[in-house]
Design a protein around this ligand. Structure first.
Ligand code: SF4
Length: 227
């Protein structure tokens, strides 16, 4: 006959095995591959300058060659973490907003995490390529479409902000294509790809002056040398 202690140690071993085995990520969104989390200032887009807790989830198959977080791509290299644990940490900071980013966070079901954050009166912001179905309850959706894996057409109407990364001249035409598919109230941003900023920023300046529905987004956190 098993005593209660043996049972609880068995359950613990089972849970540990579940966490370290190839990620079996539950579809209810309670466990997520967490790459990093940190409190900082949102550096880009509409919410630039606001204090926010960043939650970076591992896993992305979009494959941008200029990606500056390639270490996020492999979900398996990031520990499965309970969403309650993530929320509890976010709740310890005075800034009442989180930015959920990746990787591509919409690979996972965001319903549970965002509901729990909003229960704590924390605003939920997401940065997504839009390549996966929309889940979660969001106070702000930043859609940053990528050429390498197109966003789903059913996600673009929900974007509060369209942020196009400009790597070369052809990206302006591409940006206009997506500007047609977002809602009329969606904010439109052009952001220089960091490694090309010296070449493309002057082009963006000219473009925005000629097409003022667009605004410039800069990665101000990189200039400020903060995460
Ligand atoms: S979508 Fe984002 S995380 Fe994924 S490859 Fe592109 S820049 Fe990197």
């Amino acid at each position: 006959m098993h005593c209660a202690r043996e049972k609880s140690s068995g359950a613990f071993i089972l849970l540990t095995l579940q966490l370290i085995m190839a990620h079996q990520i539950p579809t209810d969104g309670t466990l997520l591959p967490l790459m990093e989390e940190f409190y900082t200032i949102q550096g880009e887009g509409y919410n630039t300058g606001k204090a926010a807790y960043f939650i970076r989830l591992g896993g992305c198959d979009v494959g941008c060659h200029w990606c500056d977080v390639k270490e996020s791509w492999d979900a398996e290299s990031h520990p499965l973490t309970h969403a309650d644990e993530i929320v509890a940490k976010a709740d310890t900071y005075p800034g009442r907003a989180v930015v959920i980013t990746g990787g591509e966070p919409l690979i996972y079901n965001m319903d549970y995490l965002t509901a729990k954050l909003q229960e704590k009166n924390i605003l939920t912001f997401i940065e997504t390529s839009g390549a996966y179905p929309l889940s979660g309850s969001w106070d702000w959706i930043c859609l940053s479409p990528k050429k390498f894996k197109a966003p789903r057409p059913d996600i673009t109407p929900f974007a509060n902000e369209l942020k196009v990364i400009v790597f070369n001249k052809s990206d302006f035409l591409w940006a206009e294509k997506y500007a047609e598919s977002v809602s009329p109230t969606c904010k439109l941003y052009l952001q220089p790809e960091w490694s090309k900023r010296n070449e493309v920023t002057p082009l963006i300046i000219d473009y925005v002056m000629a097409n003022p529905k667009w605004e410039i987004s800069l990665q101000t956190h990189k200039f400020l040398n903060i995460p």
